[in-house]
Design a protein around this ligand. Structure first.
Ligand SMILES: C[S@@+](CC[C@H](N)C(=O)[O-])C[C@H]1O[C@@H](n2cnc3c(N)ncnc32)[C@H](O)[C@@H]1O
Length: 200
């Protein structure tokens, strides 16, 4: 991690009011893929880690029994709660939680995370994947900044000062080592992708 949790939380809380206005085409494509691979059943509980302003959690709310959105930034969570209230969504719970300690009670069927895991170092990403595996979801869908080619510090999808993206292969290894079977690896751009995985 290139910044502390508190620094990330403060940075995102400052960005929160304008966060939704800055969506890139790669980000939008990633959201669509994560939502479509998540495909919860009507009685499923979904956990969205690094939920931010709720792009994924709110998109899945109609299809799931309950969605738990967890994030470290109170400003992002406030935006997510405001959007949920505006849309009349009542089955999503946005609250504090982090990859290492998701703060979720009871069984989770589907875990999703979009554009958040890349804030962690590779060792922390691995630890986060292990925590997710311990929740025993049937499916985990990860959309994120990830390299399919050599890293490109000039890329406009991440900032080397604050972001720490991994090669897609590192993420795939972490998932398979934690007992997941990969069901899809989609390259959205040289530095953005989506990995879907299941536990069987
Ligand atoms: C780029 S935003 C993505 C938000 C949302 N998933 C989306 O698709 O729009 C990254 C989010 O990850 C959160 N975050 C960063 N590190 C985290 C951690 N260790 N645990 C939980 N959330 C974290 C930030 O607070 C921020 O809201």
């Amino acid at each position: 991690m290139k910044k502390t949790l508190e620094e990330h939380a403060d940075r995102f809380s400052e960005l929160a009011p304008e966060y939704d206005d800055g969506a890139s085409p790669e980000y939008r494509a990633c959201v669509d893929l994560v939502v479509s691979y998540a495909a919860p059943e009507a009685d499923d509980v979904v956990l969205d880690l690094g939920a931010g302003t709720g792009a994924i959690a709110l998109a899945l709310a109609d299809d799931a029994a309950r969605v738990v959105g967890r994030d470290i930034s109170e400003g992002m969570l406030d935006e997510a709660r405001r959007k949920a209230a505006d849309c009349g969504v009542t089955n999503v719970d946005f609250g504090q939680g982090r990859f290492r300690e998701p703060n979720v009670d009871g069984p989770v069927d589907v875990v999703v995370s979009n554009f958040a895991l890349h804030h962690l170092s590779d060792a922390e990403k691995r630890a986060a994947v292990d925590v997710i595996a311990d929740l025993e979801p049937s499916r985990f869908v990860l959309g994120d900044v990830m390299f399919f080619e050599d890293s490109d510090p000039e890329s406009d999808v991440y900032d080397p000062e604050v972001d720490d993206p991994a090669h897609a292969g590192v993420l795939a290894d972490a998932l398979t080592d934690a007992g997941f079977v990969l069901t899809a690896v989609d390259r959205v751009s040289p530095a953005v992708g989506v990995i879907a995985a299941e536990r069987r």
